[in-house]
Design a protein around this ligand. Sequence first.
Ligand code: HEC
Length: 191
Amino acid sequence: MSPSRLNASLALLLVVIWALTWAIRQDPGRRSHAFMPEMASSLTHEPQAEGPWAEGLPPPPPEGSIPRGHPPLLFGAGKEEAERAGRQLKNPFSPTPKALERGAKVFANYCAVCHGSAGAGDGTVAKVGVPAPPSLYGASARGMADGRIFHVISFGQGNMPSHATQIASEDRWKAVLHVRELQRRAREEKR
Ligand code: HEC
């Protein structure tokens, strides 16, 4: 390429670069284009933001969200629903030493105050005048399917309140294992 043609090409290139720089120049007064803006401004509620929820309460979780350890209970309250749970639900855990250990802990923390440490119905609460729960080795509790006991823990029954919010679903099932273990021990003692 002759020097004059090279010079002409370089000059043209300069013009093109200048034109491009002008065309895509930044306007400091305008917001630049955001790529994937969800990363910068998330869909969750901003702290301190005003919202439609009542003052002093945390914002409600997004619709359809499932809290960890609390899968939706596809049953209602009441005896019929408890019986349906007994027919339809199976304990997802087997009585391994580890699961039983956990179940015993849950029972000691949440159930023994009323039911007594071994489930005989002689817990502290019963001793101070609150109507005592029936023994967990009684014919009624022994005749309940695992799913029904899970339902009783989740929804309550009579004077027993629901424990669905304070005990995770997995731990409720392990408490059921412990109730079965208490019943087994009571049977063996009788022999
Ligand atoms: C506040 C006291 C209280 C606590 C805590 C409590 N229960 Fe109960 N429970 C009761 C009472 C009272 C009854 C009897 C309810 C009725 O039918 O009137 C009962 C009933 C039951 C029954 C059915 C017994 C039957 O024969 O009908 C089971 C099973 C049971 N509870 C298991 C548990 C387990 C497991 C826990 C712990 C996760 C627990 N309960 C926590 C008071 C309590």
